[in-house]
Design a protein around this ligand. Sequence first.
Ligand code: PHE
Length: 444
Amino acid sequence: MNTFSRIGFILAAAGSAVGLGNIWKFPYVTGENGGGAFVLIYLLAIALIGLTIFIAESYIGKEARTNAAHAYQLVSKSKKRAWRWAGFQIFTGIVILSFYAFIIGWILNYILLSFSGFPSDIKEAESVFTNLITMEIGTQILFHTIVTLTIIFIILKGVKEGIEKLNLILMPLLGLILIGLLLYSLTLDSFSQAIEFMFMPDWSKINENAILAAVGQAFFTLSLGMGIIITYSASMGKETNFVKSSIMVALVDTSVAIVAGIIIFSFLFSAGAESTAGPGLVFISLPLIFSTWGIFGQIVGCAFFVALLFAGITSAVSLLEPPLMYLMEKFNMTRVKATIIAGTFFYILGIVALLSMSKSFGELLTFFDKSLFDWLDYLTSSIAMPISGFITCIFLGYFVDQEELKAKFTTHVNIRLYKVWLVLIRFVVPVAIVLLFLNKLGVI
Ligand code: PHE
């Protein structure tokens, strides 16, 4: 099997983690939840919950060196076949990919728009976005197809030649664009206002929904609960310090989210715009601001959406690798055959999901007040991901050989750190997940 180089693993895992979640979603949920206090809770959620599970998935993958379903069985103490069911998370990933891919398609649309000019009044900006989603089915399918083919092209080249190379190129470029945009936002008067908004906690804005959103975001942004980190870690060099690598990835991921937030809020506040625009923040409010900067705005806007595209592609590729590894190992398939099967599945599901938001098919594809797209998002992010996270905690906390676990950890980290992690994985994180889950379902 191809293994990642050390930096290759970190870049690929960071490429998976840094995605639309960081540049699109993090700023808008921060905006919706009032800024600073939410950011603090988010940082806590990353450090305590996200990183704990990230390290756990990394351990499972590195030890098992196989696909995310067989990995649980192999690492378990009992070696019971039933542990393979924990691999259902592979399925969660491919469902997410179905809509992740067409959202990347929207970004392509905005990159093109940066050449012809962004909409210059709010009505127009809103209608560009809503028309794209509700009426322009052909455009969306075209972009969805382009994105799908790109993902397939990269993935067919394999772990080393495809995934590692892609991240080796795109991640530094993404970093450069973000640094450029950050430097530019530094020149705006609104920079200090953005800093204040993001780092001065106003606790009155925090309620349980904000906490839920922070934990959900921590899961999503670190690509947890989908077998991705397990799968990537299976190709990690044997000597790699998986704890250190996990911390590095979490640091890169968090830095990108924070920097993206600072850039976006500087831009927004420079035009006196609201921070609470929700999902439309990046697709409606920002283009409007770019349009007021003339040709320079087109350049800044193009750079911004290209950064979003790079972040999205490296994440999308990571969503496809777990099902591929599973299909190849379980059914002895070639990479090409596995790619065709998994690719066709997410491509078609994506089309049905994007149709569920359209004017023409919306009603047909809405069930119990939620469109198919909303259902897929809800079932994956709110139900499947927390369940996988919970299973992983309980698994490592109680169903693996604890002596071996301790030995493997302590070759890389000191025993105190290991003990902290053990308390988190055994008690703190599972209890937190259960409470949040019940709260989300309205039980408590
Ligand atoms: N972590 C990515 C993001 O923040 C999204 C993602 C989720 C990618 C799950 C892979 C798996 O956008």
